[in-house]
Design a protein around this ligand. Structure first.
Ligand SMILES: NC(=O)c1ccc[n+]([C@@H]2O[C@H](COP(=O)([O-])OP(=O)(O)OC[C@H]3O[C@@H](n4cnc5c(N)ncnc54)[C@H](OP(=O)(O)O)[C@@H]3O)[C@@H](O)[C@H]2O)c1
Length: 273
């Protein structure tokens, strides 16, 4: 698998999104805990050495399961977690960018992940109720205190990326992006210009990209699965893209991992672009 830098760390270009190992609606524990643990361990075995998680997945479930499955962590495993969203109930993902909340969120993640420092701490989403610089400034201070190795952003515009970069070094951006939803194209281009990682969430469009006729046609033509086509397209899109497909299913996990070795021909790429 080819690699990509996250700050001074290097990870394989196909990561693993650990949101789907929680219960339905990313709420509560998984229905089959043993299976969830097996998915996490197998994801690492298959070469995914970047895991994406967040305190709000479960909440607290995904991070706890990652530690249970893989701590003490292999040396090359990079865990990127996030803070800044709260879950008063299953359907709600409310921003809370108050510095005191972000400090508490980080401490919770450190405890659950059994770490003294988070390799990549991503601010989950700006909070319109709190000045941007207050929230990101609080995270920069936590980095200076040694609790965060690298800072990333999520759900931001190019202007917000620029504002954050005036406060601290940003090594990654995580926005929704896939073959059927390219609204973050300008953010991806900004990451490419800056040489920082772009982590597309919903790389499979939460399943919708697999139904796209062009994806199905190319999949049928080259005997690959639609998920593999959607991931191979992302990998070919830009060298800074680090897809983080999510699954709680071992078969899907194996299928998605194989996409790292799939190279699309110029004709197939043109058909998908
Ligand atoms: N920053 C943010 O705001 C944000 C928001 C959402 C997600 N994320 C991150 O991004 C990661 C990926 O997003 P996501 O999991 O929501 O969406 P996704 O990766 O686009 O799609 C996951 C969905 O597709 C299914 N799936 C996975 N592999 C498949 C395959 N080979 N064939 C058919 N179906 C398949 C999964 O179901 P099964 O479990 O049945 O395989 C799941 O329902 C998350 O895990 C999380 O880490 C971040």
């Amino acid at each position: 698998m080819s690699t990509l830098p996250i700050g001074n760390l290097s990870v394989n270009r196909l990561g693993f999104g650990a949101m789907r190992v929680c219960g339905p609606q990313v709420w509560g524990p998984p229905q089959d805990r043993a299976n969830a643990l097996q998915v996490l361990r197998r994801a690492y075995e298959l070469g995914h050495n970047f895991f994406d998680t967040a305190d709000s997945y479960g909440p607290e479930v995904s991070e706890t399961l990652i530690a249970e499955a893989l701590h003490p962590y292999p040396k090359d495993l990079v865990i990127g977690t996030k803070g800044g969203l709260v879950r008063p109930s299953a359907p709600r993902w409310d921003p809370d960018g108050r510095p005191e909340h972000l400090r508490r969120a980080l401490e919770g993640s450190l405890t659950r992940l059994r770490l003294e420092r988070i390799d990549l701490y991503q601010w989950h989403a700006p909070d319109p109720k709190v000045p941007f610089a207050d929230s990101f400034g609080a995270l920069a201070a936590l980095q200076q205190a040694g609790k965060i190795r690298h800072l990333g952003l999520s759900n931001v515009s190019v202007a917000q990326l620029d504002e954050a970069r005036r406060i601290a070094t940003v090594v990654s951006v995580q926005n929704s992006y896939n073959i059927v939803d390219r609204a973050s194209e300008t953010v991806l281009q900004a990451c490419e210009r800056l040489g920082i990682a772009f982590l597309p969430w919903y790389p499979l469009g939460a399943g919708s990209a697999l139904q796209w006729p062009k994806v199905k046609q190319v999949a049928a033509r080259i005997s690959a699965s639609p998920a593999q086509i959607a991931l191979a397209w992302l990998l070919a899109r830009s060298p800074v893209v680090l897809p983080i497909p999510g699954t709680g299913n071992l078969e899907h996990l194996e299928e998605n991992a194989a996409a790292a070795a799939l190279e699309l021909s110029a004709a197939d790429r043109a058909a998908l672009d």
